[in-house]
Design a binder for this molecule. Structure first.
Ligand SMILES: O=C(O)CCC(=O)C(=O)O
Length: 270
């Protein structure tokens, strides 16, 4: 304790988190939710998805929140909206989530990539929030970042899953994977921690050959001003929602608003 009132400490912590995000492209927020709450979300997701098959990458699923009521109510009334809005500084909506559940013995890595490469959107406006629903270290597939690489701008898309066939983009600079490897920094987490990263920061994660579970939920929060650009990247929403390019994504009620003030559980914690 530093003797300052709690509200002042929050302001200082928030400024520090924004500074880290701007400088490194990623900020780690330990114990964002209680470990028990993270375990409860893990259990609710596992129960809802018991019929969904895994691959050698584990169980990867888009828009998990639409199948798991406990997750939906956490997103609507929990602390995520307030925190992300405070970090980003403008209204956000939840574009999608991507569950990455690396069960024990998951053999494949997720390769270096920038998240924006896979968004059918006109700009990298927004943040990715990655919620740890298990403890994870580098042996069990924790995220690994190349800090600061968000300032390089958009690079050529990479197949973050081998063979996923991302279209090539000769107009963009190649990813410098050797440089990323040199500065690679693993980010171990405990269940309930949150990582928030810039859509252009390079990151990857290894396999999980351990006997431990490693469930993480990657949440794409986008600026309410971002518009559709389906030529930017292939995405299932292009087929299911058939959006018109140039229109604001926020015009579609399909997407959840991430509110700056949540419910009883919803005050931001830095
Ligand atoms: O959870 C993982 O292993 C990968 C997540 C990821 O690449 C992301 O959140 O953008």
């Amino acid at each position: 304790m530093d003797g300052r009132p709690a509200a002042d400490r929050d302001v200082v912590a928030q400024a520090a988190a924004r500074g880290l995000l701007a400088a490194q492209g990623v900020v780690h927020i330990p114990a964002f939710i209680a470990a028990d709450a993270a375990r409860a979300l893990h259990a609710a997701i596992a129960t809802a998805l018991d019929d969904v098959p895994s691959s050698d990458y584990g169980l990867l699923l888009n828009d998990t929140w639409r199948r798991v009521p406990a997750l939906e109510s956490w997103l609507r009334g929990g602390p995520l909206g307030p925190l992300l809005t405070a970090l980003y500084g403008a209204p956000l909506l939840l574009f999608q989530d991507n569950l990455v559940w690396k069960r024990p013995g998951t053999g494949s890595a997720i390769e270096w990539h920038q998240d924006y490469s896979y968004w059918p959107l006109d700009r990298p406006g927004g943040l990715t929030a990655w919620l740890a629903l298990d403890d994870a270290d580098v042996d069990s597939g924790a995220l690994i970042y190349a800090p600061g690489t968000h300032v390089l701008g958009e690079c050529e898309p990479a197949d973050f899953i081998s063979g996923s066939g991302q279209p090539t983009r000769d107009d963009l600079p190649p990813l410098d994977l050797a440089a990323a490897d040199r500065i690679a920094t693993a980010q171990p987490v405990r269940a309930g921690d949150l990582l928030v990263h810039h859509p252009l920061v390079l990151h990857r994660s290894g396999p999980n050959p351990t006997r431990r579970e490693r469930m993480g939920l990657s949440l794409t929060a986008i600026d309410a001003d971002v518009r559709w650009d389906t030529a930017h990247a292939p995405h299932p929403f292009a087929l299911s929602l058939r959006p018109d390019d140039g229109v604001r994504v926020s015009a579609d009620p399909h997407f959840l608003r991430l509110l700056a003030s949540g419910g009883a559980e919803g005050s931001p914690r830095f």
